[in-house]
Design a protein. Sequence first.
Length: 142
Amino acid sequence: MSLFAWDNTYSVGIPHIDEQHEKLVSYINKLHQAMLRDEEDNVTSKILNELTDYIKNHFAGEEDLMVKTGFSDHDVTTRHQYERHKMEHAEFTRKITDMIRKHYENKEYISVDLLTYLVEWLLNHIASIDKQYATFIKNKRE
C-alpha cells in the first residue's frame, strides 16, 4: 500500500516538472515500504541517497527554469517569489540532510517523522509555491 498516491490535483501543468514530482512521490513510497518491511540499512541507505540526489537535481532544474523563463526577474512580485522558492528549497534540503544524518548516526530505521515531513512539504510546496511559477510559465508560453 502506498503512503502517498499521486493524482492530477498535484499537477503544475508542466509535464517534465510533474514527472519529477511523481518520481519524488515514488521515492517517498519506496521509503515507506522499506520501513514497513523493516528492510536492512543498506536498502534504506540506497533509497535515501537516491532521494537526496534527486531532490538536489530537481531543485536545481526548477530554479534554472525560473531563470530561463524570466520568472526570477520579471517584476518585484516574481523576484520575491523566486527568492522565497530558493529559500524553501535550501531549508528543505538542510532539514532533510539533517534528518538523514541523524538516521545514519543513530542507525535508526526510517522514522515516521521523516516520511510525514516529506509528504507534507511536497504537498504544500507544490500546491502553493510551485504553482506560482508554473502559472507564470504557462501564461508566458501562450
